[in-house]
Design a protein around this ligand. Structure first.
Ligand code: APR
Length: 179
């Protein structure tokens, strides 16, 4: 765990649909109408009401996020963030778009006074973002956001679906606790 002011960042191994946090962050696509991976798991666990609400949103551009209710999920809210498809952008632009997913999601959570948010590892699956690079972007973006919002006490969980992802986050945290 890494402390940033009154907030914390931690990595957790497991299925994000089981987490009892205020909001879970889905790795969605710009259509916001579901898909595979964590998107599929979240829609399956939330039930049809989630897709019905998503249909009213009219999609979401890459790098941005939208918020809906959590329906049958233990989490009250789902934040749908659309990460970059790595091969479609320069590495620099992909990093900008990925960082924006994290900060836009935290903005939405902060606006609603939420105090616990769990992120899936956005873009590191189907969207092909190299895990190490994505993990660094994610942790640095979240840390920067938390430092810029010292008044909030946010619990941020990076939900890792496999050991490899967990190890990447723990290695990145070690860089932040030493540095
Ligand atoms: N809980 C937590 N993490 C999960 C779960 C789950 N139940 N299922 C998958 N993951 C992890 C993957 O192992 C990966 O680390 O989520 C991360 C993101 O992978 P993807 O789901 O493939 O998302 P992404 O790479 O952002 O691609 C998004 O894939 O599923 C479609 O509709 C989605 O078009 C969109 C694209």
């Amino acid at each position: 765990m890494v402390r940033v002011g009154r907030s914390t960042m931690e990595a957790w191994l497991g299925d994000i649909t089981t987490l009892e946090v205020d909001a879970i962050v889905n790795a969605a696509n710009s259509g916001l109408l579901g898909g595979g991976g964590v998107d599929g798991a979240i829609h399956s666990a939330a039930g049809p009401g989630l897709l019905e609400e998503c249909r009213t949103l009219g999609g979401c551009p890459t790098g941005e996020a939208r918020i809906t209710s959590g329906y049958r999920l233990p989490a009250r809210w789902v934040i749908h963030a659309v990460g970059p498809i790595y091969a479609r952008h320069t590495p620099e632009r992909s990093a900008e778009l990925l960082a924006s997913c994290y900060t836009a999601s935290l903005d939405l959570a902060f606006e609603r006074g939420l105090s616990s948010v769990a992120f899936s590892a956005i873009s590191t699956g189907v969207y092909g973002y190299p895990l190490g690079a994505a993990t660094r972007v994610a942790v640095e973006a979240v840390r920067g956001w938390l430092e810029a919002h010292p008044e909030c006490a946010m619990r941020v969980v990076f939900c890792c679906f496999d050991e490899r992802t967990l190890a990447a986050y723990e290695a990145e945290f070690a860089r932040h606790t030493i540095g």
